[in-house]
Design a protein around this ligand. Structure first.
Ligand code: ADP
Ligand code: MG
Length: 276
């Protein structure tokens, strides 16, 4: 069953998908002496939906900030594809907190990145309205953030990140604060957007279920020091919908991923023990 689906999967099934970014021997030691990341080797391919899965403190956010260029590694390199087609403006970032401008309307919040590039409100309108439609927020374009639910605020945040059509979307536990039903809906909508627009996603989560549902690749990380522990290919075809969420294939993939995560966590406990 799973075997048949391999041919239909995206990037992971094909060796010809171009590399977008390679992390080579990347380490990050903070000035307080904490080794947040140690010798991370990771290749991100064009069109990947790649999740970084791991316990709190294993360096997921640090890795994402390095990829975003918000921080620099203390060792190793980040090798972007050398065709000059990618720079910081091609990267969108969504954090767990939606960080919207409280006094500005939904429309104006989504307009912001274009406004910072000098695009007028009128000129930006088609792109803003298209993104609002994509995240199902057309009817609240004039509302301000305090009038919105947590899920709607997150939708605004996604629309704002995507309005410039970035090639890469970095997401740091974006749905962790939402209730389960809302989270499932946003998972579905994010996948739909990704399938239509074909950007690359690096998604940070500590949820096995979420990482398996969304990703074609799950990179499992371990802590102390933060490092890549293992990687799993999630060989299930897209589109993935509610039927997939309740399928035996999904359950099996979650169990497999969960086992790897438990090993990753135990590997840290072991290292800690050895230190005594
Ligand atoms: N700016 C910083 N200064 C010092 N230590 C930090 C800083 N940011 C993160 N850390 C430490 O680095 C480790 C990894 O943090 P982080 O990347 O936030 O992990 P995660 O996102 O997986 O929870 C943790 O031990 C954290 O306390
Ligand atoms: Mg984090």
């Amino acid at each position: 069953m799973i075997q048949e689906k391999v041919a239909q999967t995206t990037a992971s099934a094909s060796g010809v998908v171009p590399t977008l970014l390679a992390l080579r021997g990347v380490g990050k030691v903070f000035s307080n002496g904490v080794t947040a990341l140690s010798d991370v080797n990771l290749t991100i391919r064009e069109g990947d939906f790649l999740s970084l899965l791991g316990p709190s403190g294993c360096g997921k956010s640090t890795a994402l900030r390095l990829i975003a260029g918000l921080s620099t590694p203390t060792s190793g390199v980040l090798d972007w594809r050398a065709d000059g087609s990618l720079d910081r403006s091609n990267i969108g970032f969504v954090f767990q907190e939606p960080t919207l401008l409280p006094w500005a309307s939904v429309f104006d919040n989504v307009w912001l990145p274009l406004r910072l590039k000098g695009v007028s409100r009128a000129k930006a309108a088609p792109a803003v309205m298209e993104m609002l439609a994509r995240v199902h927020l057309t009817s609240v374009e004039n509302a301000v953030p305090r009038e919105l639910s947590g899920g709607m605020k997150m939708r605004v945040s996604i629309a704002r990140a995507m309005v410039t059509k970035p090639r890469v979307l970095l997401m740091d536990e974006p749905f962790a604060a939402l209730d389960e039903i809302t989270r499932f809906k946003l998972n579905n909508d994010l996948l739909e957007l990704w399938q239509d627009e074909r950007f690359t996603v690096v998604f940070v989560t500590h949820s096995v279920f979420e990482s398996v549902f969304l990703s074609n690749r799950v990179v499992v990380m371990a802590a102390r020091p933060g490092r890549v522990f293992d990687e799993l290919a999630i060989e299930a075809s897209y589109p993935r919908d509610e039927a997939f969420r309740t399928s035996p294939d999904y359950a099996a993939l979650c169990r497999q991923t969960s086992d790897v995560l438990i090993n990753a966590i135990n590997s840290t406990a072991g290292a800690h023990h050895d230190g005594h």
